[in-house]
Design a protein around this ligand. Structure first.
Ligand code: GLA
Length: 390
């Protein structure tokens, strides 16, 4: 659906469900090109925002009632709460916006009246393209706009969203997804140092190639508990490496330093996790350097290496996605292909020459259907704008 149609549909449904008209807002999902599981390790990431994301139509009320509904739920049923009860967990999807109301208030931005909101998202849920981050950043954005929280800057929308996810929902995520959703720019990727929060926008100049996202249709349901485990493993590695290095995160080590100190890590699994975090950070630097030099081939090679490391050392892939990447690497015109996002299912991101995209789609679709009895979905994407009012 085109954005114009989505806006019309949102207003129609808003009028049906609540009556009247809402103000419209949008926050995008993201795809990460390289730099995976580095953001909570003080490393670098290289995501871009998508044009897919989550929309909200919202209107302030005069009392303390908050009503939320989502067109992505079968019944689009209204969930009702009060300002006071909004910061209690409910176990439903509303925990994301509830978490944002809570995180906003923690920063001194308390709402004084309730509101009616209707959400609609066009990112497939569980696909690893950050539908939850887009919902959080979107909620932070409309709260800021509606209630005049004018000290909240655009980048704060990311911190508030991350706090909602990490401290309220309980998935101890890094900052990448919310950052990309809040700060994205059309046709640009963001090279972010998660240690200092310094960042650069870089054009994703791929000349005769495009970014192709392939949805494995494996939902990453295990992701949150395994994710928190990986994070804890990396923290343990830092603890052991402290005997030699004065570091707070793995992102502070070069691969050479890691090699010199790695024997301090007495647990084999933890050593593998740490190796990924350190080398992936170095790969992200190298990939951005390659892109600046218009060397897309090297960028693609580093994407492939990233996948191998996520598969073998970080263990966040799954058999379906490992097959998919293996097939992709063998197809002429595929420059690079890897799992993207938190892992355990979700999507791959590939850079594919324009004239090979159809061949790629046909080949992997058929094989995947035969082997896993699932139908792949493809999205050929251009980087989009960060969260904004419509
Ligand atoms: C999830 C998290 C991010 C990041 C990625 C892995 O998407 O929300 O913070 O850690 O996984 O790179």
């Amino acid at each position: 659906m085109e954005e114009k149609e989505i806006k019309r549909m949102m207003q129609e449904k808003f009028a049906e469900i609540y009556g009247g008209e809402g103000e419209l807002f949008f926050a995008p999902g993201r795809v990460n090109m390289i730099g995976e599981h580095t953001d909570y390790n003080g490393g670098h990431v290289f995501p871009c925002a998508l044009t897919l994301g989550t929309y909200a139509a919202v209107k302030k009320r005069g009392d303390d009632v908050i009503r939320m509904a989502s067109l992505n739920m079968d019944d689009a049923a209204i969930r009702e709460m009060t300002i006071a009860s909004a910061s209690e967990k409910s176990g439903s999807w509303t925990d994301y916006p509830r978490g944002v109301i809570w995180a906003m208030a923690e920063k001194g931005n308390t709402i004084d009246t309730g509101f009616d909101v209707l959400y609609y998202g066009n990112i497939p849920a569980g696909s690893g393209l950050s539908s939850s981050a887009s919902l959080e950043v979107l909620t932070a954005l409309y709260l800021r706009e509606l209630y005049g929280f004018d000290k909240v800057e655009q980048i704060d929308l990311a911190f508030i969203g991350q706090s909602a996810e990490s401290d309220f929902v309980g998935m101890k995520c890094g900052i990448m997804d919310q950052f990309a959703s809040a700060m994205g720019k059309e046709n640009k990727a963001m090279f972010l140092d998660t240690n200092t929060m310094k960042f650069d926008y870089l054009p994703l100049a791929l000349s005769d190639a495009k970014i192709v996202i392939t949805n494995s249709m494996v939902k990453h349901e295990l992701a949150s508990s395994e994710y928190n485990t990986r994070r804890a493993e990396c923290e343990k590695a830092v603890g052991m490496l402290k005997a030699k290095y004065d570091i707070a995160t793995l992102g502070e080590l070069t691969p050479e330093q890691f090699e010199e100190g790695k024997d301090l890590i007495t647990d084999e699994t933890i050593a593998k996790r740490a190796k990924h975090a350190v080398y992936e950070n170095a790969r992200t630097f190298a990939a951005v350097e390659a892109l600046k030099n218009n060397d897309i081939a090297t960028f693609g090679k580093l994407m492939n290496e990233s996948h191998v490391s996520l598969r073998d050392d970080y263990a966040v892939s799954c058999p379906e996605i490992d097959e998919l990447t293996r097939w992709a690497w063998d197809i002429e015109g595929v420059i690079g292909s890897r799992i993207t996002g938190g892992g355990f299912g979700g999507c791959t991101v590939s850079i594919i020459k324009n004239d090979a995209i159809d061949t790629y789609k046909d080949a992997v679709f058929a094989k995947y259907k035969e082997q896993f009895d699932k139908e792949l979905e493809f999205y050929v994407v251009d980087p989009g704008e960060g969260a904004h009012k419509l």
